[in-house]
Design a protein around this ligand. Structure first.
Ligand SMILES: [Zn+2]
Ligand SMILES: [Zn+2]
Length: 304
């Protein structure tokens, strides 16, 4: 398809969905957006991301590039974890961290654990020829009293006994909003790392923790902060102000913007993304800005 007609079609879809979709429940919105999502990803976007990663790796073959923030239908995303794993593999991402919501009274811990188990099963039974799976890590995005915080656990936590440990520590989060300081302490105690997501972004409920609060109360307690977000459409320098690891991610719910903004680390210095975050030795990278001319899909369709 020519670029122009592609963009025209894309805009047509987006306007149609915007007009009819905003007052509908999330499930129906997701159905409406699906053809639109498939249209974008089957076209230029995937190629563009893939080529940019190849280009980045020309300078350092050991560079690892991946997605640290996205949702499947185990919380409020529209796609399966298999879809997200396959797309990540197709894009050439080295790691994928799926971060279902853990929100009191809304998204339960058991659902996060089901997502983690599903990811592990797919990873272990991967059978897609030459295309290898990305590395995966157990993770979720916790709604704390002050706002959202991602926890990323070492691979070891895929084991049933360690999942039970997560259940023991986190089941109370189904019922209470726990203060972020306490939550971050717990995450660290378990050997996991924490990331402040979409700082300063306001909603009617605790959403983005203010960067001022992070600087004053969390700098020594959390590990990373989202400097760059495709879903929330900003690029800042929070990490320099707070001394935390810089993170770039998509917060994709629709399998569209996955991998457009990523985090990288040097594989010759660190074994995995958790270690790189802990050592504050990451980079936030925007791989494409092709979607900027349209809109930020996540922001428009979902109240996340
Ligand atoms: Zn969030
Ligand atoms: Zn999110």
């Amino acid at each position: 398809m020519h670029r122009r007609s592609f963009l025209k079609k894309l805009t047509g879809y987006s306007l149609g969905v915007m007009a009819g979709g905003l007052v509908l429940p999330n499930g129906i919105k997701a159905e409406l957006v699906k053809p639109f999502a498939e249209l974008i990803s089957e076209n230029r976007l995937n190629d563009e991301i893939r080529n940019r990663i190849v280009e980045l790796k020309k300078d350092n073959r050991n560079l690892h590039v991946g997605e640290l923030h996205c949702h499947s239908y185990y919380s409020d995303g529209a796609y399966s974890v298999r879809d997200l794993l396959l797309r990540s593999s197709l894009l050439g991402l080295d790691f994928l961290v799926i971060t279902e919501h853990l929100t009191p009274g809304t998204y339960r811990l058991e659902s996060c654990l089901d997502s983690i188990k599903a990811q592990w099963n797919i990873f272990n039974r991967w059978n897609y020829g030459e295309m290898g799976p990305p590395a995966i890590y157990p993770a979720f995005e916790i709604s704390t009293k002050e706002g959202h915080l991602i926890a990323v656990f070492p691979e070891d936590y895929f084991k049933p006994e360690r999942l039970r440990e997560i259940r023991r520590y986190f089941s109370r989060f189904d019922h209470y909003s726990v203060p972020v300081e306490l939550t971050a302490g717990l995450i660290r105690e378990m050997g996991a790392v924490s990331i402040v997501t979409h700082p300063d972004i306001k909603r009617s409920y605790p959403f983005g923790i203010s960067s001022g609060f992070v600087k004053e109360h969390l700098a020594g307690l959390v590990d990373g902060i989202e400097d760059m977000s495709a879903g929330h459409g900003y690029q800042k320098d929070f990490s320099a102000e707070t001394g935390l690891a810089t993170i770039g991610s998509s917060d994709d719910h629709l399998n569209i913007i996955l991998g457009t903004v990523v985090t990288s680390f040097d594989g010759t210095k660190h074994d995995n993304i958790i270690e790189a975050i802990r050592m504050r030795d990451t980079r936030a990278v925007r791989l494409t800005n092709s979607l900027d001319i349209l809109f930020s899909p996540t922001k428009l369709f979902f109240n996340i």
